[in-house]
Design a protein around this ligand. Structure first.
Ligand code: URA
Length: 209
């Protein structure tokens, strides 16, 4: 079963409070989402393996550490996932960025994939699938299925806020995927919004309604 990690770092929690607040406008919302995404990326990369490298400082030779192992790939789920990409890229500018687009079939209410583009070396990358809201879990589970079908075998899921219902769906569908959140909220309401959540993440990021 994939683990759920909730980042309780004070900076993340402080900024998340302003992200949730209805008084926060689009510009500030975007900036805060980027900042929290960067802070979460800092935490999520704690387990990256290091290797020794020998370099020369201006004063002498040094055996220092550098990140080894798998290269990183970010996969935002369109469209709200886009709001977290730039923040993460500030910390890992060499990461490649794929995209997954899903829509909800009006008849079945199931997510259907309409766009997938991933880096070509899928098998050699560690992927972070990104979506601010893990609500029903349907889109996240489907996005992970899509990238697994194309060869991805090392995947993490990063969301700002999760609902217990969504966590359960992803854990059942993908027991190999750990979930990283800034908050695990109470529940979903009857319209599928996370309570207390932050409202519609896409609309708040892009100023649409
Ligand atoms: N998507 C959102 O943007 N917000 C929610 O609360 C649930 C799904």
């Amino acid at each position: 079963m994939g683990k759920v990690h909730v980042f309780d770092h004070p900076l993340i929690q402080h900024k998340l409070t302003f992200i949730r607040d209805t008084e926060t406008g689009t510009k500030e919302f975007r900036e805060l989402v980027d900042e929290v995404a960067a802070l979460m990326a800092f935490e999520i990369t704690r387990d990256l393996t290091l290797q020794d490298v020998t370099i020369n400082t201006p004063v002498g030779e040094s055996t220092s550490k550098a990140i080894a192992g798998k290269k990183l790939g970010l996969v935002p789920i369109l469209r709200a996932g886009l709001g977290m990409v730039d923040g993460i890229l500030q910390l890992m500018p060499a990461a490649k960025v794929g995209h997954v687009g899903l829509y909800r079939d009006p008849a079945t209410l199931e997510p259907v994939e309409y766009y997938v583009k991933l880096p070509s070396d899928v098998q050699d990358r560690e992927f972070i699938v990104i979506d601010p809201m893990l609500a029903t879990g349907g889109s996240a589970a489907e996005a992970i299925t899509s990238i697994k079908k194309r060869g991805a075998n090392n995947i993490k899921l990063m969301c700002l806020i999760g609902a217990p219902e969504g966590v359960e769906v992803v854990q059942e569908a993908h027991p190999d995927v750990d979930i990283y959140l800034a908050s695990l909220d109470e529940k979903l309401d009857e319209k599928g919004y996370i309570v207390p959540g932050l409202g519609d993440a896409g609309d708040r990021l892009f100023g649409t309604k």
